[in-house]
Design a protein around this ligand. Structure first.
Ligand code: CU
Length: 175
C-alpha cells in the first residue's frame, strides 16, 4: 500500500542526527600481563588467545543497538554477552555488575523488574562449527557516558534458568 507523502516525510524530518558508531575490534589475549589487553580471555580452551571480537554500539532512531561478532572461539559454544559497568581486569570480577538503564536500588540486582533484557544489554550467542557467532540487541535507551565500560562473555545459563555462568572473557568498551 503506498504511504501518503506527508506521513512518510514527517518521521524522516524528526529523525535525530545519528552519531557515528563506536567500534572496538580486538584479539583476545591473556589477562595476567602488566598491560591489560582490550580483550581478555579467562578460558583459552573456550576463547583462545588470538580469537577476534568486534563490539559495535550504534545510535538508532529509538535508542541504541549493540552488536557482537566473535571469530575463532570453540565450536558449538552457547554464550551470554552482557554490558557490565567496569573495565576488564586480570580478575574477571573487576568488570563489576551489569549496566542497568534503571538502576536497581538493591545490589546485587536479582529483582526481575530490573534484571531483565530490556533494562540491561544482554545478547545470546552460539558459535557455529567454525567458532563464529554474531548477535545484536536493540535497546530503547542510551548508555550514560562513563558508566558502561565492558562487554563480558559468560558461559550460557543452563536451560530454564536466568542466571549466566562463569565469566570467560571480557572486552573493554567505552559505551
Ligand atoms: Cu554478565
Amino acid at each position: 500500500m503506498p504511504v501518503p507523502f506527508a506521513a512518510a516525510l514527517v518521521p524522516l524530518a524528526l529523525l535525530p542526527a545519528l552519531a557515528p558508531p563506536t567500534v572496538v575490534d580486538a584479539d583476545f589475549d591473556r589477562g595476567g600481563a602488566f598491560v591489560l589487553p582490550t580483550a581478555v580471555s579467562y578460558a583459552p580452551d573456550l576463547v583462545p588467545y588470538g580469537a577476534h571480537v568486534r563490539v559495535m554500539e550504534e545510535r538508532t532512531a529509538s535508542g541504541t543497538a549493540v552488536t557482537v561478532v566473535l571469530r575463532g572461539a570453540a565450536a558449538g559454544l552457547p554464550l551470554a554477552a552482557h554490558v557490565h559497568t567496569g573495565r576488564c581486569g586480570a580478575d574477571p570480577a573487576v568488570a563489576g555488575p551489569h549496566y542497568q538503564d534503571r538502576v536497581d536500588p538493591v545490589q546485587p540486582s536479582t529483582d526481575p523488574a530490573y534484571a531483565n533484557d530490556r533494562n540491561e544489554a544482554r545478547l545470546a550467542l552460539r558459535t557455529d562449527a567454525r567458532g563464529s557467532a554474531a548477535a545484536r540487541t536493540d535497546l530503547a535507551w542510551s548508555f550514560r557516558p562513563g558508566e558502561a565500560r565492558s562487554l563480558v562473555l559468560h558461559t550460557a545459563a543452563p536451560a530454564g534458568t536466568h542466571a549466566a555462568g562463569e565469566r570467560i572473557a571480557c572486552v573493554s568498551v567505552d559505551f
